[in-house]
Design a protein around this ligand. Structure first.
Ligand SMILES: Nc1nc2c(c(=O)[nH]1)N[C@H]1C(S)=C(S)[C@@H](COP(=O)(O)O)O[C@H]1N2
Ligand SMILES: [Mo]
Length: 381
């Protein structure tokens, strides 16, 4: 009797033994897209980081006004849309993650070490990013620092992984075709599924940053147009512990450190200076952006009165007693801009207490964390 060999079965045992990918071509394509989306997230993330922690020389222009809104929107929405891509890539690659024997040589061990860093780091970046835009901080570490430093680890491991796998990618990244990669699922079907899931995620969050699409932003924790005076609030006056100091009728804004005498303005005195009205967005690093109309005094007018040097840097201080975001830095490119204001009015009415009454900073092309509310002093350095 001739014993027939079940080829499929032999092949599947062989696959398990050598731990091949679910599908090489799928894995290569997903890897390429991930490489692109991680690089975009890295660059836009660096912009955000250096805007929040200016290195001491002006690196970021005040124009175009909405540039930061665009880079931050791409970072957050692109990051969210990467989640389905990463999950699909892990599915395609996961038999390899369990390969046996786990280590074959020193070189193999190092290679796998970098893949471990890449997988763990990617999951860390996406999950902490999502928790951040949901305003949920269940972890013990500081989010911006951890998210920032892990990005270098992920990018380093990614570059090494791409170099290692480039030959495979070149061999296998042909057209999708209709080969089945799982029961009932072709390559083309899988790519369609991933693209659809990423597109859906982007569609229900993009309204966070693009006001006309706000109604679609069903997954967004903050929405343009929703909040006092039609603008979301990030931190309230009560949370910042400024309820009393901000409402104190003896409040004054002090401008110090210039070549002239120290200046100080009551709210009425500020209101007596030439006033401007500008249209500028708040673009929060936590993902949302919203436009508003602001009225107030130009920062450059006040700094000129105080005798500020053209290239001076200014520390903007708030009434807040102690918090990471109680102050911000203004580079000269930003304070020279005619639309950078000490704003006292928002959308035609005096600032609501939660939006920074009696006076706040508003400047173009700048992250929300640096639009300091409840001002107390400008210090020229
Ligand atoms: N003093 C102070 N100003 C601050 C903050 C803060 O915590 N303290 N939060 C900032 C952040 S993160 C954002 S996004 C904007 C939001 O301004 P809004 O609450 O008026 O919309 O305020 C900024 N100004
Ligand atoms: Mo923010």
């Amino acid at each position: 009797m001739v014993r027939r060999v079940d080829l499929k079965r032999v092949e599947s045992i062989g696959r398990r033994f050598t731990s091949r990918l679910h599908d090489e071509r799928v894995s290569s394509w997903l890897g390429l897209w991930l490489g692109v989306s991680f690089t975009v997230a890295f660059v836009t993330g660096l912009i955000s980081h250096f805007m929040q922690h200016p290195p001491g020389w002006p690196v970021w222009p005040a124009r175009p006004v909405n540039l930061y809104r665009v880079t931050q929107g791409i970072h957050v929405i692109g990051g969210l849309a990467t989640v389905p891509l990463l999950l699909a890539k892990l599915w395609a690659a996961y038999p390899k993650l369990w390969q046996w024997p786990p280590i074959r040589s020193l070189g193999h061990a190092i290679k796998r070490g970098f893949i471990f860093l890449l997988v763990a780091g990617s999951l860390f970046e996406l999950s902490t990013g999502i928790l951040n835009i949901a305003y949920w901080y269940p972890f013990p570490f500081n989010f911006p620092a951890a998210h920032y430093w892990t990005a270098y680890i992920v990018m380093g491991a990614l570059v090494i992984h791409v170099v290692n796998e480039w030959a495979t990618v070149r061999r296998s990244a042909g057209s999708a075709g209709s080969v089945e990669v799982a029961p009932g699922l072709t390559r083309r079907g899988l790519f369609g599924l991933v693209a659809g899931a990423s597109g859906l995620v982007a569609a229900v969050t993009v309204g966070e940053a693009v006001s006309p699409l706000a109604r679609l932003a069903v997954l967004a924790p903050r929405r343009p147009g929703v909040g006092p005076q039609g603008l979301p609030v990030n931190k309230t006056a009560a949370a910042a512990l400024v309820n009393q100091t901000a409402l104190d009728p003896a409040w004054r804004l002090v401008v110090t450190g210039g070549s002239a005498h120290e200046l100080s303005f009551s709210l009425a005195e500020l209101g007596g200076l030439p006033r401007r009205t500008v249209q500028l967005p708040i673009s929060c690093v936590e993902g949302w952006s919203a436009e508003a109309t602001w009225t107030g005094v130009r920062v450059r007018d006040v700094l000129a009165m105080a005798g500020a040097n053209r290239h001076a840097r200014v520390t903007v201080e708030s009434l807040e007693p102690g918090s990471r975001y109680r102050t911000s830095q203004l580079d000269w490119a930003h304070w020279h801009d005619p639309s950078t204001l000490l704003a006292t009015h928002l959308n035609g009415a005096p600032l609501a207490l939660d939006h920074g009454y009696p006076c706040r900073l508003i400047a173009p092309n700048r992250p929300g964390v640096a639009q300091t509310k409840w001002l107390s002093r400008l210090v020229i350095t």
